[in-house]
Design a protein around this ligand. Structure first.
Ligand SMILES: NC(=O)c1ccc[n+]([C@@H]2O[C@H](COP(=O)([O-])OP(=O)(O)OC[C@H]3O[C@@H](n4cnc5c(N)ncnc54)[C@H](OP(=O)(O)O)[C@@H]3O)[C@@H](O)[C@H]2O)c1
Length: 364
């Protein structure tokens, strides 16, 4: 049976450490968990069973492994130390017999996005970013349709537009929408992205380092590597959609509490084919996975073990299209929308639309 391993790590330190070690999660503070994570070895979490291709009937198995560092730790520690811990986790995958290794969340963000890690390992490696991009775009297009926002005249923003995922998302969105805001921290880098996109796109392009421009967007895709939320309720326009692909989240929980006139969706969740059991609760409903996990699984179902797949800071359109086709063939699908870990129902959408209209009427 073909096999894969996928590396995850605590994102919300107290909540996620409790999933494996309830007592440590209960008694240690966030700062203590951050500190002790430096000395913790890689952790075996579970065996994953039941994944079955809808195209071929092939069944595979896998393992979830944890790199103990939190996002804050991965940003604070010297890159070499972080690579070392992820490579150690990768070696655990090799010992288990994994034929494909996926790097989850921040293990794919750190340093050169998987290149150094892949060089140190024998097993082929993928960050899963190509399928994350494909699913993020599909999700935002779907949300636009549901909220009746026509793409051609939509004003769209990508927050983190200089990043690995943000840049290619901006490129793909620019093909479909009227106006695109590239939002980030560094003007020079944003201008470089704008120039590149302008070569092939007719969309009106703007760059900004100021989150205030989000008030001009009806569709926002946010994918920064910030370790704290960056999108606050006051930035957003009534009736707009925010697709949050970042982990930790970019959208402040205050948005859910303060704004019932905005649709915030979690980007990157997909249905996995077959009666899958992850034997570990990583916070998703049964049968669902992160898109980056799904890329690792889809490549394993397809037997693509001859090379690393998505690595580095430049993602190609060709890879995004190819992995979409591979995943679709084997039966992966964009999941129904969720917002702050709750299902988004038709009633929720209708209420958001009603509230947005009422708010706009009050302002006019
Ligand atoms: N949902 C999924 O399945 C999935 C899969 C993979 C990754 N992810 C998540 O996606 C996110 C981005 O990953 P990536 O590989 O694209 O990272 P990356 O290449 O490091 O890019 C990060 C981007 O965020 C920007 N940024 C960082 N801190 C910021 C802040 N405080 N305010 C505003 N912008 C900030 C960076 O701007 P500068 O250019 O100024 O540094 C850069 O544009 C991470 O949260 C990761 O965990 C999710």
């Amino acid at each position: 049976m073909d096999t894969f391993a996928f590396i995850i790590h605590p994102v919300d330190p107290k909540r996620d450490v409790s999933r494996k070690y309830p007592l440590l999660g209960k008694y240690l503070s966030e700062r203590q968990i951050d500190f002790f994570s430096t000395f913790f070895p890689p952790v075996y979490l579970s065996q994953v069973d039941g994944i079955t291709s809808q195209a071929t009937g092939k069944e595979i198995k896998g393992w979830l492994l944890a790199c103990p560092y939190t996002p804050r730790r991965m940003m604070e520690l010297p890159e070499k130390m972080v690579y070392h811990k992820i490579i150690q986790t990768g070696r655990m995958a090799e010992k288990l017999g994994a034929q494909m290794l996926g790097l989850g969340a921040f293990t794919s963000v750190v340093g050169d996005s998987g290149v150094t890690i892949a060089q140190a390992l024998d097993v082929p490696v993928t960050t899963g970013d190509s399928y994350t991009v494909a699913i993020a775009i599909e999700a935002i297009f779907d949300a636009a349709r549901i909220m009746e926002i026509p793409l051609e005249s939509a004003s769209v923003a990508v927050v983190g537009a200089t990043g690995t995922i943000g840049k290619i998302c901006a490129e793909l969105l620019a093909d479909a929408v009227g106006e695109l805001y590239l939002v980030g921290r560094r003007v020079d880098a944003l201008e470089a992205v704008r120039e590149e996109i302008a070569e092939t796109s007719q969309a009106r392009l703007h760059v900004s380092t100021n989150m205030d421009v989000l008030s001009r967007a009806n569709l926002i895709l946010t994918v920064t590597s910030a370790i704290h939320d960056v999108i606050k309720p006051e930035y957003l326009q009534p009736g707009s959609v925010v697709c949050d692909v970042a982990r930790p989240r970019d959208v402040s929980a205050m948005v859910a509490a303060a704004r019932d006139d905005i649709l915030v969706i979690d980007g990157g969740m997909v249905d996995v084919p077959g009666p899958v059991d992850f034997h570990f609760n990583f916070g998703f409903p049964h049968g669902k996975a992160y898109a980056c996990m799904a890329e690792t699984i889809a490549l394993t179902l397809d037997g693509r073990f001859e090379e690393d797949y998505t690595l580095g800071k430049e993602i190609s359109r060709a890879r995004v299209e190819e992995i979409s086709a591979i995943a679709k063939k084997h039966g992966f699908r964009l999941s129904g929308f969720r917002s702050f870990e709750k299902e988004v129902t038709q009633e929720t959408i209708e209420a958001i639309r009603r509230n947005a209209n009422a708010r706009l009427r009050r302002h006019n």
